[in-house]
Ligand binder design. Structure first.
Ligand code: ADP
Length: 470
């Protein structure tokens, strides 16, 4: 059987107080009995002394008479012995003839002293107490006895008063300790109930304990724990959902080029194709293979950035040199569209991962070329104290405000058809974002439909200044 904390406290309290009450009661009765016995012995002693002095010196018969009436008056056993002979031993009209007086302990003890007392069981009378005295100069002994029970009649009565008082205070203690332990353990029970509710899955449940004690703190801690758990579970659910969406997107993105590829390859197998058609289909099939290739490279890149922490290999290098390298590979496409690409910057040292920065620049500049029909593209490196702002700006079609917050999401495209035509995978900007964030920075964008777009982020110029963003 399980005993709850409330019952435990009550029982402990009750046991302690009960022990206290019992021992006090027992001690009181003990002291009382001792005092009364002492008092009685003193009185018997006085009486015996009086008898010793006052007992007449006449003939034995007169002494017996005198002792008998005195025994009745005082209700005492009175024994008088002279010269080793018992003159009288009387109690309640009973004349006691048998000997044994000189064997009684209190009388035997008189050989050593002038007074002695004892307590013993007497058949028929119960416990008796005796005081015996011996006269100093005479050979005379007086013993006075009385039943002990008479002494304790009062104590007996008082004992019941004490017992009932003890019982009453025990009941009172039980009630008080129940109330107190109830109040003390209420918050504990609240916390236990709340924790159980939370453990059963209701993570939104809150424990309310209005007590500014450790228990209040405990309730708060449990609440905080539940809240954290809840947000973590929510985050996990969100991630699982994102993962699902991502998988759906991936299979969708893969299916299209794969079908196209299948179509072109099947067509190529036909005997009736002209040389011209065959070349065209082969070209188209190749374009789809390239698209798949790009898609998988981007996917691998994303998962690498997502799941590995040691993806960055930073070094100090001249970013302008990298800009020139990247622009030179894209320049033919820009020139084919009649775009002017400006990328003249002074040598600019940055502390970053060169290969990743190449990916970022390729993605941003390719986008600028892809989504700009006429005008200019600028690639700027602007020194700002310990940082360099990298900026790619175009005079292209721009992005409507409602799309802006989502362009960094995976597979998000404003104009799907155009993106596909330009060979985009919809993953470019999300890769850019991840790489820049891995550098401790953030990509910003400004864009207005019809006017153009500007993407920028900051990079540190040396290892110490890599945190934060300008
Ligand atoms: P994509 O492979 O489709 O280019 P990105 O992730 O690189 O994918 O870009 C997401 C979308 O953001 C693009 O589909 C395009 O609609 C828009 N976008 C990106 N860069 C520009 C830009 N410089 N001008 C206008 N729109 C842009």
């Amino acid at each position: 059987m399980r005993i709850g904390i409330r019952a435990r406290i009550t029982l402990t309290f009750l046991a302690l107080v009960g022990l206290g009450i019992l021992s006090t009661g027992a001690y009181t009765i003990l002291v009382l009995r001792r005092n009364i016995t002492e008092q009685a012995l003193r009185r018997l002693h006085q009486e015996a002394a009086w008898v010793l002095v006052e007992s007449p010196r006449w003939d034995p018969e007169s002494i017996r008479q005198w002792a008998r009436s005195l025994s009745l008056q005082l209700d005492r056993r009175i024994t008088i012995a002279v010269s080793g002979q018992v003159l009288v031993d009387v109690y309640r009209r009973a004349e006691l003839q048998e000997g044994g007086v000189f064997e009684a302990p209190e009388v035997r003890a008189l050989r050593e002293g002038l007074s002695a007392h004892s307590r013993r069981e007497e058949p028929g009378w119960g416990p008796m107490i005796y005081v015996a005295l011996r006269a100093r100069d005479q050979d005379r002994i007086v013993r006075i006895g009385m039943p002990e029970r008479e002494l304790f009649v009062l104590v007996q009565q008082m004992r019941w008063v004490i017992y009932s008082g003890m019982l009453f205070s025990l009941l009172l203690t039980a009630l008080a300790s129940w109330i107190v332990s109830n109040r003390v353990t209420e918050p504990i029970r609240q916390i236990a109930r709340g924790a159980r509710t939370i453990a059963e899955g209701d993570l939104a449940h809150r424990i309310v304990v209005r007590q500014r004690t450790e228990l209040g703190d405990l309730a708060e801690d449990v609440n905080r724990m539940a809240e954290r758990l809840r947000s973590q579970i929510q985050e996990l659910r969100r991630l699982a959902q994102l993962q699902n969406e991502f998988l759906g997107n991936v299979s969708h993105e893969v299916k299209n080029p794969l079908f196209a590829l299948q179509g072109y390859v099947e067509a190529l197998a036909s005997e009736t194709l002209s040389e011209e058609q065959r070349r065209e289909f082969a070209r188209r099939a190749l374009r789809n293979v390239e698209r798949l290739n790009r898609l998988f490279s981007d996917l691998i890149e994303i998962s690498r950035l997502e799941y590995r922490e040691d993806v960055l290999h930073r070094e100090l290098f001249d970013l302008q040199e990298l800009v020139r390298e990247v622009v030179e590979t894209i320049l033919p496409r820009a020139q084919a569209k009649g775009l002017e690409l400006h990328y003249d910057n002074p040598p600019t040292l940055v502390y970053a991962d060169r290969l990743r920065m190449q990916q970022v620049l390729v993605n941003l500049i390719e986008n600028a070329v892809a989504y700009t029909d006429a005008g200019h593209i600028w690639v700027r490196l602007l020194r700002r104290g310990e940082r360099v702002i990298v900026e790619v700006e175009d005079t292209g079609r721009g992005i409507a405000p409602e799309h802006l917050p989502r362009i960094f999401d995976r597979f998000y495209r404003v104009d799907k058809a155009r993106s596909r035509r330009e060979g985009g995978t919809g993953l470019g900007l999300s890769i850019v974002k991840k790489i820049v964030e891995a550098h401790g920075s953030r990509v910003e964008v400004w864009s207005r439909p019809g006017q153009g777009s500007r993407f920028w982020f900051a990079l540190p110029t040396r290892p110490e200044a890599e945190e934060g963003q300008g």
